[in-house]
Design a protein around this ligand. Structure first.
Ligand SMILES: *[C@@H]1O[C@H](CO)[C@@H](O)[C@H](O)[C@H]1NC(C)=O
Ligand SMILES: *[C@@H]1O[C@H](CO)[C@@H](O)[C@H](O)[C@H]1NC(C)=O
Ligand SMILES: CC(=O)N[C@H]1CO[C@H](CO)[C@@H](O)[C@@H]1O
Length: 676
């Protein structure tokens, strides 16, 4: 018997090793075709920050040639703290590329004038894998057959779930990770719909499919466009409060009149908020949104230089030329465009179709009218029964300003009550020793107003925006009237920095669940000296990690085997180990079964580890409001927006591009930064 068990063990052990090894080889790795190994300027990036990257166009539906582009960034020096998060980031529009998020906001790179990547040290990829997705099809590097553009939010969410399915086919290890959806602007419409679809999908999984659950843990919506008309009602008060218009202005009566019309529409909506049918008043927001158009026009400074005439609608402290009023902002956009349209870069990013990249694609927004979709504010109450939502707002933004967000929240009923109970008891948010904003949290909704930042908070304050991840994962301290977060790598008091080597034992680690305090830095005193390079404990190379794990595995297996042998030699009847076993034969089979289970655990652990250095990401959506939809009613000038269908023409070898750079000749505003 001893010998039999011994050989059985040897066989199983060797089988285990054989089964595990091929997965370590890169040869059979389906992710390989998406690996990004080169980019202009990449060699100048500090090794600590140089991410592991995957990028490419994933086919969703071959029948209509729908392919979604994604770009994923993983911390190549990952500590366990961020091992288990996948953050999808979406920009808005509709039709604006999430490359804004990647290259102007939360990603590790910014682009300089030499078309090279430079470091953004406030990058989110050190707090979780971030994945940027261009969607719906036609946006950025994503594409589809010409007549397959999406129109409504339900279709959008359905397609996004399809993208996730394809994504997890390529990166199955990521199924282990917690998922966060984050984004900006019109993504305030996308994200709640996608979250709703994920939750319903999980609920419909069969018993034996539970390992396919998408572990959605929270939503982060920045300057979100969630309740369109309600938010438009805030424009006039916002202008007055920030002294952008004077109450003695000759047009003030006209503006008040339109404000009143908008208020009537909102009353109508309020009275029918819980109807099953979509209220037409809620879908058409032209009257309410028109208020902003007029405000921008009536506050023109005719005597200023051309590039200073109009208030920047994404940051009221800035100016832009008329009629762009912010669409030329941020300045670095003019570097991003040539960078992404460089053919070498497109090859580096593994594009199979070399499309021309536009920040925002007019054809997508023209098609995406959301006429058959409830605005996403209707989804919020159900969502917060399941997950927390952080709504954060750059305080200088006009188009999706904080007042408007607070306004719709104060009317909304969620988790048993209407609005915030203690609206006026906001806490101060202290990040890295500075007061960066105000914080209000009740019943799974957190509202954060972030000072000195625009519509694109991470553009202005990348490190502050990164700390939002700490807020949604409970890595913060609370005392008196303050919420306190720390620079990267510093954890809340009472939380130990986790060592990489602990990871095998830790299965469901949450940073906040550790209890010892030994290595915590007192960030209040160490302050700014702790640059983010001090962040994590020393991490080993992934390969040596694996060898270590394999050795650990071998040791564990041998120990267990030893215990078994010991046990077996003291007891003739194995049934005490193995329930229900009656005969020796049966025993052996069951013993093998148990070992199998054990192997699965180990394999799972290896997978987790692999997931660690293989993938995680977040998609960001930043968008443009309906204000920038190509409806001439909304825009200040007749020729404000000239639609061009040629913008979507793929580059050669497809049909000869007729005039896809028409923009340069014809002032085609479809392509300028008109994101909400
Ligand atoms: C808030 O979200 C959590 C999940 O993070 C959930 O368990 C809880 O029930 C929610 N709270 C309320 C009041 O619904
Ligand atoms: C990031 O870079 C900025 C500008 O160079 C610098 O002021 C800041 O201290 C850096 N932050 C960290 C966390 O390294
Ligand atoms: C530099 C700057 O603009 N600082 C401002 C940041 O926000 C606070 C609160 O609104 C202002 O008091 C500061 O002046």
């Amino acid at each position: 018997m001893f010998h039999n068990s011994f050989y059985l063990f040897i066989c199983i052990f060797i089988t285990t090793i054989l089964a595990i090894s091929p997965k370590e080889g890169i040869n059979s790795d389906p992710t390989k075709q998406y690996l990004v190994t080169n980019l202009p300027g990449l060699n100048n990036i500090d090794d600590d920050y140089k991410p592991l990257m995957y990028s490419g166009q994933l086919e969703l539906f071959p029948e209509n040639n729908t392919n979604y582009y994604f770009w994923k960034f993983i911390d190549s020096k990952k500590s366990d703290l961020n091992n288990k998060r996948t953050i999808f980031w979406l920009n808005g529009g509709p039709g604006c590329s999430s490359m804004d998020g990647a290259l102007l906001e939360i990603g590790p790179f910014r682009i300089n004038k030499d078309k090279q990547v430079t470091l953004n040290n406030g990058t989110w990829h050190k707090s979780g894998d971030i994945i940027f997705v261009d969607q719906p099809a036609g946006t950025g590097f994503s594409y589809t057959d010409q007549d397959k553009y999406l129109h409504d939010l339900d279709d959008m969410a359905f397609y996004f779930l399809k993208f996730m399915e394809k994504y997890y086919e390529v990166f199955p290890q990521d199924l282990e990770n917690d998922i966060y959806l984050a984004g900006e602007s019109y993504a305030g419409q996308y994200i709640p719909y996608i979250a709703d679809y994920i939750i319903k999908r999980n609920q419909n999984l069969k018993e034996d499919e539970q390992d396919k659950t998408y572990k959605l843990k929270g939503l982060l919506i920045g300057n979100g466009w969630v309740s369109p008309n309600e938010q438009s009602l805030s424009y006039l008060p916002f202008f007055i409060e920030n002294k952008l218009i004077d109450s003695s202005h000759p047009k003030i009566l006209e503006l008040l009149n339109q404000q009143e019309q908008c208020q009537k529409i909102i009353d109508k909506i309020d009275n029918h908020f819980n109807d099953d049918e979509i209220n037409p008043a809620e879908i058409d927001s032209s009257i309410c949104e028109g208020i902003l158009t007029k405000l921008l026009e009536y506050t023109l400074n005719q005597s200023a230089n051309d590039d200073q005439k109009c208030i920047n609608m994404y940051d009221y402290t800035l100016r832009d030329s008329w009629p762009y009023c912010g669409m030329n902002w941020p300045m670095e956009l003019k570097y991003v465009n040539p960078f992404l349209n460089d053919n070498d870069v497109k090859h580096d990013l593994n594009l199979k179709q070399l499309r021309t990249w536009h920040e925002c694609t007019g054809r997508v927004s023209r098609n995406f009218n959301a006429r058959h979709s409830f605005p996403s504010v209707h989804k919020i109450p159900d969502l917060v029964k399941h997950i927390p939502i952080i709504l954060f707002n750059g305080a200088n933004d006009i188009i999706c300003n904080s007042q408007g967000v607070m306004q719709y929240l104060m009317k909304l009923e969620w988790n048993g009550q209407i609005g915030f109970e203690n609206k006026d008891s906001q806490l101060d948010w202290i990040h890295d020793n500075s007061k960066v904003g105000s914080y209000l949290q009740e019943r799974n909704i957190t509202f954060i107003n972030i000072y000195n930042s625009s519509h694109m908070v991470p553009y202005d304050l990348p490190d502050v925006s990164r700390a939002l991840i700490d807020l949604i994962t409970d890595n913060y301290d609370e005392k008196e009237n303050q919420i306190i977060t720390y620079p990267l790598g510093v954890h809340r008091k009472g939380v130990e920095q986790e060592e990489d080597q602990h990871s095998l034992e830790e299965t469901e680690e949450q940073p906040t669940q550790s209890n010892s305090t030994t290595t915590t830095t007192d960030s209040i005193t160490s302050s700014s000296s702790s640059s983010s390079t001090t962040s994590t404990t020393t991490t080993e190379e992934p390969t040596s990690n694996k060898i270590t794990r394999l050795i650990q595995l071998a040791v564990i297996v041998i120990v267990i085997w030893g215990i078994y042998i010991l046990y077996a030699s003291y007891r003739s009847r194995p049934s005490s180990i193995i329930k229900k076993s009656t005969t020796n034969k049966k025993k052996n089979v069951q013993w093998a079964d148990q070992l199998d289970t054990f192997e699965e655990d180990i394999e799972e652990n290896l997978h987790k580890d692999e997931g660690g250095f293989i993938t995680k990401a977040f998609n960001k959506i930043s968008g443009k409001t309906n204000n920038n939809k190509l409806n001439p009613n909304y825009v200040p000038l007749d020729d404000f927006i000239i639609g061009s269908d040629d913008e979507d023409t793929p580059e050669p070898p497809k049909p000869p591009p007729k005039n896809y750079d028409k923009k340069d000749n014809n002032n085609n505003n479809d392509d300028v930064n008109n994101s909400v």
